[in-house]
Design a protein around this ligand. Structure first.
Ligand SMILES: O=C(O)CCC(=O)C(=O)O
Ligand SMILES: [Fe+2]
Length: 335
């Protein structure tokens, strides 16, 4: 335990700041060494001083903006509803539209790790897109690997034993453009809900965002809270696959996007997990008599089967209890 605390101190000094004022809702976020269920990691975490240079971050955002600003016919080269595509553009993600533009968001999704395997498939316009987004993808991957190590240390699991399995892991980048409201037909029921509540499928997500809009469900009081957006910071949240690996010690964070659309909002989510067919099982070290195995094994490929089957593009529905979620489908019933 002492080792863990020392490492946490180092981490804190190296590249993290405590967020003092999380919209008056969240406590300071650095205390990874508590591996109990109210760990701040399970709630929401903002990473600053992360070592990714401001110019790499600005370039990633500007190349995303330039892609979405292309004429519709250029973007439609990548348009697809096939959720298994490694590069996919969708201008009406999460909702039907009879307009030329989305009711909610435009989405460019592409795989990113290993970079040399995927980058040639990325959009060739704007011409700087591959280079700029590629640099960010690479940095985000390294940071995610670091964070996975910290999560494991907080649970007393040797980090390298798990980090090694991420070397050939997946990195899915979801690049989102929530257009300004003037271009967007309002939905009468909930005009400002742009991305419905969901958890991400992977282990860890790094999210870059240009404006407020992200809300996270606080597992402690069950209320939706705004995530802050200090420039250059990354919002980090955990996903379903980490919930499986850690036997529920950490849980996927439920989040959604609410955006009134005064101005366009961009976000780049980098979602990290193990390789496509690599089995994700509860770590043996986290199972004992008091903590029986709570989830069956799964994989990224199986997640794709799950979402392709029910036609939704997220791993979790809003909390109406009717549509089953991916993580629920993995739970082993208690005796
Ligand atoms: O736009 C955002 O802030 C969130 C995006 C997101 O949750 C996702 O792409 O999974
Ligand atoms: Fe998400």
């Amino acid at each position: 335990m002492e080792g863990v605390e020392k490492r946490m101190d180092e981490v804190e000094q190296r590249w993290m700041d405590v967020v003092e004022d999380f919209d008056t809702a969240f406590p300071p976020v650095i205390d990874f060494s508590r591996s109990n269920h109210s760990s701040p990691l399970e709630r929401s975490l903002l990473v600053t001083n992360h070592g990714i240079s401001p110019s790499i971050i600005e370039d990633a955002l500007s190349s995303a903006a330039a892609f979405f600003a292309l004429p519709a016919e250029e973007k439609s080269v990548y348009a697809s509803k096939d959720l298994r595509k490694s590069v996919r553009y969708d201008y009406e993600a999460d909702g039907p539209s009879d307009e030329l533009i989305t009711t909610r968001r435009m989405l460019l999704k592409h795989y990113a790790h290993p970079l040399q395997h995927w980058i040639n498939l990325w959009p060739s316009k704007p011409t700087h897109y591959k280079e700029k987004m590629g640099k960010y993808a690479d940095e985000a991957w390294k940071l995610a690997l670091n964070l996975i190590g910290i999560v494991m240390e907080s649970l007393g699991v040797e980090p390298r034993s798990v980090q090694g399995r991420f070397e050939d892991g997946t990195q899915v980048m979801a690049i989102n453009d929530y257009p300004a409201a003037s271009k967007t037909p309002a939905r009468p029921d909930d005009p400002f809900l742009r991305l419905p509540a969901h958890t991400d499928f992977g282990c860890i997500t790094l999210l870059l965002q240009t404006r407020p809009g992200l809300q996270v469900l606080d597992p402690i009081d069950g209320k939706w809270k705004w995530a802050p957006t200090p420039p250059g910071s990354l919002h980090v949240h955990l996903g379903d696959h980490l919930q499986v690996l850690t036997n529920g010690s950490y849980r996927g964070l439920n989040h959604r996007v609410v955006h009134s659309g005064e101005k366009e909002r961009l976000s780049v989510a980098s979602i990290h997990s193990l390789a496509m067919h690599h089995r994700i099982e509860v770590l043996d070290a986290l199972v004992d008599e008091q903590n029986p195995r709570a989830y069956r094994g799964t994989s990224f490929a199986e997640f794709l089967d799950f979402i392709s089957g029910d036609g939704t593009s997220s791993s979790s529905s809003s909390n109406n209890g009717v549509i089953s979620t991916y993580i629920d489908s993995l739970k082993i019933p208690e005796n």
